[in-house]
Design a protein around this ligand. Structure first.
Ligand code: PAF
Length: 287
């Protein structure tokens, strides 16, 4: 696997990968600090494409002023070894000045789907995500791109951007969401789990547990508002500091739902444990 960090090197390496006509390239965008969830994306991408290009870029534009940009784990050599072991062909790891040269002045904002949930708690976050992902799409021009469903709202924002801007590489239908990979106790894998102390990590397992319980209640006919307040109380009792939101939404529009109907529904939760913010989501009513 080759690692490149300038646009010139990237274009040269991509031209080599595309040397034979019809070659299909998949992009797996990441911020590094890779775990099994990311490696699953690479494996899925390998099944679907001839070559996988992974990117690692800790994107400053998607972090708020009081967030963990400086603390975010950076381990490029270790990540590169993991990607190579999974058969990725190319690693695109630009520095901040390459992604955002002096004078960079463009912002991509996807209204509506970016506004509530994590968008309300983290103003500007999804503009930063949309801006960098559109740049990555333009830089790599992949036939398809793979994202984890763990960041469910992020995936909806990226799909809305691809649809609204008529992106061709990748086309909106080639933006693939991959189910969340979980630890043995059900906690969704996340690069931020490493911030948790031993005690916090044990308490964090209450999140998927409380979500499953709330889903079973909603599916059994309990009013979603009652099930969601029960979920919040259970998280606080387990040691979570606060709950940013616990919401039952339409899976496609992310609009809040008062009750289950014919549209596919999803439970989305963001909650803080100490200084760490954890998010998770699960399908509701699909059993
Ligand atoms: O999900 C992530 O790791 C990031 O938000 C992404 C999509 C790589 C954009 O920086």
């Amino acid at each position: 696997m080759q690692t490149v960090n300038t646009l010139h090197m990237l274009r040269t390496a991509l031209a080599q990968l595309r040397a034979s006509p019809g070659t299909r390239i998949a992009l797996v965008p990441t911020m590094g600090a890779l775990h099994e969830g990311h490696l699953t994306l690479v494996r899925e991408a390998r099944k679907a494409a001839d070559h996988v290009v992974a990117s690692i870029f800790v994107n400053p534009r998607q972090f708020g002023p009081n967030e963990d940009l400086d603390a975010y784990p950076r381990q490029l050599a270790e990540d590169a070894a993991m990607l190579a072991a999974q058969g990725a062909a190319l690693l695109w790891a630009p520095r901040v000045e390459v992604m955002y040269p002096a004078g960079f002045a463009t912002n991509v904002s996807v209204a509506g789907v970016s506004d509530g949930l994590c968008g309300a708690a983290r103003p500007g976050h999804f503009d930063g995500v949309a801006t960098v992902v559109l740049k990555l799409f333009n830089q790599v021009a992949p036939d398809m791109a793979f994202f984890g469903e763990k960041d469910f709202q992020q995936l909806a924002v990226i799909r809305a951007m691809a649809r609204d801007l008529d992106l061709a590489r990748p086309h909106v239908d080639a933006i693939i969401g991959v189910p969340t990979v979980r630890e043995a106790d059900g906690l969704a894998m996340s690069s931020r789990n490493r911030y948790l102390s031993g005690e916090q990590r044990a308490a964090a397992a209450a999140l998927p547990h409380a979500m499953r319980k709330a889903i079973a209640a909603i599916e059994g006919g309990t009013d979603p508002r009652a099930a969601l307040s029960g979920l919040e109380a259970e998280l606080v009792a387990a040691g979570f500091t606060s709950v940013d939101y616990a919401a039952l939404v339409d899976s496609r529009s992310l609009a809040p739902l008062q009750a289950l109907g014919s549209a596919p529904a999803r439970l989305l939760v963001a909650a803080r444990i100490g200084g760490t913010r954890l998010i998770d989501n699960m399908a509701v009513g699909e059993a």
